[in-house]
Write a protein that binds this ligand. Structure first.
Ligand code: 5GP
Length: 190
């Protein structure tokens, strides 16, 4: 089973993903590849596999990605090989991906894998606060880019099975755990 979590940077995807992995036995992550620099505290192979732009472009040429996207001027992509290995392991993969990548993965995987797509919403004012407090030291231009992205991502909300307003982390985690448990049960009944 693949659970896709989307929502703009600052919507809480990463924290929620970590909580699901901690609390549910069969949930694992699948780090993407990215050409962006690691943030403070991020480790190679945990949040992402960090590679250069040139290395990323070589992997594109070699068709190593299921999907990739250029986002805030950095590449992000899902490795075909790592995804297949993890899907075959029978675990529940939780992956955070932006909307374009989700659209592509739905097309590619919906017939072969049980797919659950969840969009996390956050208010624009709340998002600004979270981004300011996150320690990325964004310039006003970068901030505007991220806030602008909110409207684009929300325009794609119809792609998703579930939409949750993430204004309370604990509540959101509990809701997603219930969704996964239910979908698991329904999936095995098919
Ligand atoms: P961040 O730089 O904040 O970690 O991530 C920026 C955006 O890239 C997020 O919306 C995240 O969900 C998305 N992202 C992460 N991995 C992938 C991926 O493999 N493919 C695509 N298309 N987007 C990704």
């Amino acid at each position: 089973m693949l659970v896709i979590l989307s929502g703009v940077s600052g919507s809480g995807k990463d924290t929620i993903k970590q909580e699901l992995i901690k609390r549910m036995d069969d949930v694992i992550s699948l780090p993407s590849f990215t050409s962006r620099n690691p943030r403070e505290g991020e480790q190679e192979g945990v949040q992402y596999h960090f590679i250069s732009k040139e290395e990323f472009e070589e992997k594109i040429q070699n068709n190593e990605f299921y999907e990739y996207d250029l986002h805030h001027e950095n590449y992000y992509g899902t490795s075909r090989k790592l995804m297949n290995e993890k899907i075959q392991s029978g675990k529940i993969i939780v992956k955070d991906i932006e909307v374009n990548g989700t659209e592509n993965l739905i097309k590619l995987l919906k017939d072969e894998t049980q797919l659950i797509t969840i969009f996390l919403r956050v208010d624009k004012d709340e998002l600004r606060k979270r981004l300011e407090n996150r320690g990325d030291n964004l310039t006003e231009e970068e901030m505007q880019l991220r806030l602008g992205r909110l409207e684009y991502e929300e325009s794609k909300i119809n792609l998703y099975d579930y939409m949750i307003k993430n204004d309370d982390l604990e509540k959101t985690v509990q809701i997603i755990m219930a969704i996964i448990e239910n979908e698991k049960r329904l999936g095995t009944q098919k």
